[in-house]
Write a protein that binds this ligand. Structure first.
Ligand code: PDD
Length: 270
């Protein structure tokens, strides 16, 4: 049971992670746990468990839920206390972890790509914290859905930050670019892996700040996240991106990504 006075429920005072599981193995678990630790530090909530304890609990949960393909949702809040904005003197964090079946990315989205619209990034200035308070992200995503698109690509002060629930990549003349890490975007685990895979195969790539014009002129746009993996965006604000079809570099990257997943399942990657 979670008390109704839980600060997660009352204030959205907490942080979370979404960790995919392939072949019963937690994908990039150390990186997810490190980001969780950073998010906790960002909201000044002590991490109640060591990495090894988290690992043990998560691995046990995954096995008890039958291994295979799952999506693990992990949330920590500042616990329950009488409603007061200031931190309570003593807190026992509420920890919630759930395992659900991993929904495969729809084949049509991979074949045709998805549509995105550009919206102003109305969020706060600590977007590197994976906070459970997601109201701006929810409103932005819904605005995209209402416009017949799948994702909103966000622009703050003329600069592309990320998607409402994903990171953004562009390709121009064979060069892969994604915005650099900082307070205005979540350091995505999928994003980092993609950069590693690009490096390992010799694709030129840069962590690079770009604006609306560069986004509009891109040959390819991709979205990355633990649930979307690597999705090609083929329409931006109702106009085709590049040829209007998923691009050749995306095809190579998604193959590398799937290869990485197979290595993980075989025990040759983490
Ligand atoms: N969201 N940026 C934002 C704002 C996100 O919410 C997410 C993921 C990402 C991608 O991060 P990663 O590659 O580590 O999943 C970037 C998760 C999946 C969610 O909220 O459901």
């Amino acid at each position: 049971m979670v008390p109704v006075m839980d600060r997660g429920f009352i204030f959205g005072d907490g942080v979370y992670e979404v960790i995919p599981v392939y072949g019963g193995r937690l994908f990039r678990l150390d990186e997810h746990l490190q980001r969780l630790d950073n998010s906790l530090a960002g909201i000044r909530l002590a991490n109640p468990m060591a990495m090894a304890e988290w690992t043990e609990i998560l691995e046990r949960l995954v096995q008890e839920n039958g291994g295979g393909e799952q999506s693990v949702y992990l949330q920590l809040t500042r616990g329950h206390a009488p409603r007061d904005h200031a931190f309570p003197e003593q807190t026992q964090p509420t920890v919630f972890i759930s395992c659900s079946p991993l929904k495969p990315v729809a084949a049509a989205q991979l074949q045709q790509g998805v549509a995105a619209i550009c919206l102003e990034d109305i969020r706060w200035k600590h977007c590197h914290i994976k906070a459970i308070a997601l109201l701006p992200n929810i409103l932005l995503r819904q605005q995209a859905i209402d416009a017949g698109a799948q994702e909103a690509i966000l622009i703050r002060d003329g600069v592309v930050t990320e998607g409402a629930a994903s990171n953004v990549f562009i390709v121009k003349d064979g060069v892969i670019k994604t915005p650099p890490k900082g307070p205005f975007l979540l350091p995505g685990i999928t994003r980092d892996l993609l950069l590693e895979l690009a490096d390992s195969k010799g694709f030129t790539n840069h962590e690079w700040q770009f604006g609306l014009e560069e986004l509009q002129q891109a040959d390819e746009i991709w979205l990355t996240s633990s649930t979307k993996e690597v999705l090609p965006v083929t329409r931006l604000d109702n106009k085709p991106v590049g040829t209007g079809q998923p691009g050749p570099i995306w095809k190579q990257m998604i193959n590398l990504y799937q290869g990485y997943k197979r290595a993980l399942i075989a025990g040759d990657a983490e």
